[in-house]
Design a protein around this ligand. Structure first.
Ligand code: GLC
Length: 473
């Protein structure tokens, strides 16, 4: 049942209230939002930090409201913490690495910023996506505001080049994708997501596209710009390779599944079909009945002899939003969601990953992590923050009806349940056992989704051509 106008307004007010109470200030200026303001069963201290990835939907809301200074304050603050010299344990933190989160400490002599590069987090995870999100958000901010002061600052340009080098650096790899350890992104716990997880690759593609526009080539950037031409050329080359690789190798539909099912293995040489040596017996039984004749999605991970066929929602939705998916792939993805609504959306859209790791597999892969029991948290739990990306992807994929359906399903529970971080259960019917309440990106995700439904033109914020124009003005 759709909400009445009054009920919807109350929900919107309640979400803004969470944002207001989550505000982090430094030296009198707003610089971000704490990840959560309410309590949870196992609430870790760092939920009072501003997480780079969590800030993104909130930034979109601020920008849509015409508030430029919050995002500017955030970007400047992140730049100031990555600029400082850091070392942790036996490692040096490379120039350009962005922390997962930062917070403001109160000391007798004043306020100080402290950040977490994975050296403080539970499980000591490397936040690879923070760098990618930072650049993407800098692009969105520059496009919306037309303000080039951050991007033209020499220190910022130096950091952007360092970030680009880090992502393009030669490693022991031959793929155009980025190799990362387990839990290096939104899924920040052991979940068998090491290697080349989809979400990181989609963010990488968008980050490379953004940074090449922001740094430009010498002619565009002016005489004082020191962007290394060769570096930009390498980035452009990588963009093409990555886009092609994602579209061909990660995309799965009934036709491709049948090709994999019948493919030869042990092929040697350059021009072979099954270059990764994927064994047909590795196709999980659930997939064969689950994948409809129409519809498709990007698989969760790909590497030598490995396709992780799990459906990871965030990576798929961002693939649509950031142009990794073609038009036909975007609409096929929406068809799949429509056909498999109970599995992927349930009562509280949207499930983070499908299916869950079960029984012995769960024990082995998560290390017996009780937060990630089957159909919980990252392991098949439902995350309302995904609504922001779902509504965007549904509108791009021409399925406004699905966006409406998702919002109608989510709305009744959200404010009533105080904006939980996630929901558990096969259909997302239970508030997550260890979920925080008043989780900022749950509230911000809803606000953005709600705005987008009223004003689909807000999608222009992501328009890279418009960013290019803003850089040339
Ligand atoms: C959890 C999530 C992570 C999020 C953080 C703060 O660790 O897995 O994606 O950034 O909470 O909300």
């Amino acid at each position: 049942m759709p909400l009445s106008d009054d009920e919807e307004q109350a929900l919107v007010n309640s979400a803004y209230d969470v944002l207001r109470r989550a505000t982090l200030s430094f030296e009198g200026q707003t610089v971000g939002y704490a990840a959560a303001v309410g309590d949870g069963w196992l609430s870790a201290d760092n939920y009072r930090h501003c997480f780079v990835r969590d800030f993104v939907p909130a930034a979109l809301v601020c920008l849509a409201d015409g508030d430029l200074s919050t995002t500017k304050g955030f970007l400047r603050t992140v730049l100031s913490v990555i600029s400082s010299d850091c070392s942790m344990a036996s490692h040096r933190i490379h120039k350009g690495i962005v922390p997962a989160s930062f917070h403001v400490e109160q000391h007798e002599d004043g306020e100080r910023l402290a950040s977490d590069f994975g050296d403080r987090s539970i499980g000591r995870v490397a936040p690879v996506d923070a760098l990618l999100w930072f650049v993407i958000l800098l692009g969105i901010y520059t496009r919306v505001s037309g303000d080039r002061t951050i991007v033209e600052d020499a220190r910022c340009r130096g950091q952007l080049e360092a970030m680009l080098r880090l992502c393009l650096e030669g490693s022991f790899e031959i793929f155009p994708t980025l190799l990362v350890p387990d839990g290096a992104f939104m899924v920040d716990r052991r979940m068998g997501v090491y290697g080349h997880p989809l979400e990181v690759q989609v963010l990488l593609l968008r980050m490379l596209r953004t940074v090449t526009v922001l740094l430009g080539d010498d002619a565009d950037a002016g005489a004082d710009a020191d962007a290394d031409e060769a570096l930009i050329a390498t980035a452009r080359h990588r963009i093409d390779a990555l886009q092609t690789y994602l579209g061909a190798e990660y995309w799965l539909d009934a036709e491709r599944l049948s090709e994999i099912y019948r493919s030869d293995t042990e092929q040697l040489g350059r021009d072979v079909f099954n270059a990764l040596n994927i064994h047909p017996d590795g196709i999980p039984p659930w997939l064969i009945d689950w994948l409809p004749g129409e519809g498709g999605y990007f698989v969760g991970n790909l590497g030598p002899q490995r396709i992780d066929f799990r459906f990871f929602s965030y990576g798929n939705l961002l693939a649509v939003l950031f142009g990794a998916a073609s038009e036909s792939q975007a609409s096929a993805l929406m068809q799949l969601v429509d056909r498999r609504w109970e599995d992927l959306m349930g009562v509280m859209p949207m499930k983070l990953c499908f299916p869950a790791l079960k029984h012995g597999e769960w024990q082995l892969i998560t290390g017996g992590d009780p937060k990630n029991r089957p159909w919980c948290y990252h392991n098949g739990g439902h995350w309302p923050m995904l609504l922001w990306a779902f509504v965007a992807a549904a509108l791009i994929g021409g399925r406004r009806d699905l966006a409406e359906r998702a919002l109608e399903s989510a709305q009744p529970s959200l404010a009533h349940a105080l904006w939980p971080e996630y929901y558990d259960g096969r259909r997302g019917q239970l508030i997550g056992r260890y979920a925080n309440l008043e989780q900022t990106w749950s509230a911000a995700g809803y606000l953005w989704a709600n705005k987008l439904m009223r004003e689909p033109r807000l999608l222009d914020m992501f328009d890279l051509q418009a960013l290019e124009n803003a850089m040339q003005r």
